[in-house]
Design a protein around this ligand. Sequence first.
Ligand code: FE2
Length: 311
Amino acid sequence: MQHTSRRDAPLASGVGLRLPHLAEVAATRPAAAWFEVHPENFLANPHAAELLGEIARHYPISVHTVGVSIGSAGGIDRAHLARVARLIDAVDPILVSGHLAWSTHAGEYLNDLLPLPYDANTLAVLARHVDEVQQALGRTYLVENPSSYLGFAGSTMTEFAFLSTLVERTGCQLLCDVSNVYLSGHNMGFDPYAYIAGLPAEAIGELHLGGFTAEDDPDEHGGTLLVDTHADRIADPAWDLYGYALHRFGAKPTLIEWDNEIPPFATLLAEAAHADAVSAQALKLVPEKSVPAFRSAHATTDRQVRHAAAG
Ligand SMILES: [Fe+2]
């Protein structure tokens, strides 16, 4: 099953379009390559939906769902999915994506993207739900790797192996959030470069970059936890990893995400321009220099050093 938009995704970097910038963008039409929106922001806000319709006439739009919850054991909320499908039909997005997570249970919507155990049972549930979403939306769905703070003792495969198998089973694509790979590697003690190397390059349809925040780790004295706040500029180690991701996957549409403490729109455009510059540089480097060329001194955290030393 292959579903495509009438429009191809641009390779120049785009920015997440949030409600505070909606009227400004509709009125001034800034020089952005494309926008990504959360459909849930528009389903009960007719004025915002009208502005989005106007913006979609002038820019490519990517739809990034936050409430579809493909990881919910109780099944997909079909009424919600139908509402998302109507918005998708209205804006004809270049890409449609959502998270490897669950956020609903027994009709309750939780305000978090919650983790899953990576095992055969979860894979069966996810594959069924991704099939259902792709059928309902009539589009290829891109599944995004989450930001991780804990793992399940019962997991039997790595996250990147889980995602690779999900691609094989459903024909879905992947949205690789490079910042999530970096912060999850820090928090969980894995090598983010090995994670990127383990993903199927041909299935990557989009990349995300977002700012994270370092907090004291309550479980480790003197340690830090990186929290996926989307409230700051992209950190240098994430830019390094982004360079490696592009080198490994080839040029891909990249989105700057900023959801809290939202800055002036010009700041988002500057981050997107920086992503384009990093991309141009990364795509020039020769393959055999891949990891050392991208892993700069600040990319290795104290926790990773301790993890590596422990074997
Ligand atoms: Fe993301």
